[in-house]
Design a protein around this ligand. Sequence first.
Ligand SMILES: Cc1cc2nc3c(=O)[nH]c(=O)nc-3n(C[C@H](O)[C@H](O)[C@H](O)COP(=O)(O)OP(=O)(O)OC[C@H]3O[C@@H](n4cnc5c(N)ncnc54)[C@H](O)[C@@H]3O)c2cc1C
Length: 217
Amino acid sequence: MSTVTDREGVARLTRVARPTTSSGLMPPLRPARKREPPAATLPPQTGVARLTPKAAAVEQAAKAFRQVMGRFATGVTVVTTVERDTVHGMTANGFLSVSLRPPLVLVSLGRCKMNEMLPRSGRYGISVLSHEQQHFAAHFAAQKPSPVEPTFAWQGDLPLLEGSLAHLVCRVVDVHRAGDHVLWIGEVEYLDHRDDEPLLFYTGRFGTLREISGRTA
Ligand SMILES: Cc1cc2nc3c(=O)[nH]c(=O)nc-3n(C[C@H](O)[C@H](O)[C@H](O)COP(=O)(O)OP(=O)(O)OC[C@H]3O[C@@H](n4cnc5c(N)ncnc54)[C@H](O)[C@@H]3O)c2cc1C
């Protein structure tokens, strides 16, 4: 396997990086040169809907990408917003801290209702889930209704999921389109936390710190 020095890595990143606008959406990127994989490496095609060789290669790459990214253990959040008195929440682990001064975070959203609401509401809440809130993670991912009705604590005019480990209230200050997701950068206006064990997501499953250590797939 060839190794990449830090200097080479930075040079490669610099070549592919393109500037983004500070206030609007990212300008469209020129599509990468497409290379067809040799037909022999494609999976056997079965079933009614046959994928074209190109689509099959894209699916194979997406599966490999998911498997690798699944090894990046994350916490789990519920993103909330409100529009005309309607509270909406969704589960997201595509959440990270971006800047300390000023305090900025981002949440990365694919096709979802939240993506339609945020341009209008302009603000979102983040609730970091504890190990006792797995049912809410499944509920707000539309996977399985929670047996317990979620309740919200209001911080000003923004709802936050009660009982969570940590809360942030963010004002959207920047938006970037990135592939099939949209990155919502928010300036933190409020935060609080308490100490407890977090809910984690690893290899496509929920777990606690003890449960996921030693898990292989
Ligand atoms: C661990 C995990 C991490 C994920 N990370 C991401 C991510 O980073 N980015 C991403 O785009 N997707 C992510 N998803 C997928 C995402 O959670 C789902 O696609 C979700 O359904 C998108 O929500 P939506 O905004 O389209 O709303 P919907 O699918 O309509 O709503 C989500 C669910 O929340 C319920 N709900 C909403 N508001 C309320 C309320 N006020 N009271 C009670 N229930 C309510 C709805 O009934 C529904 O069941 C993740 C899923 C999981 C399991």
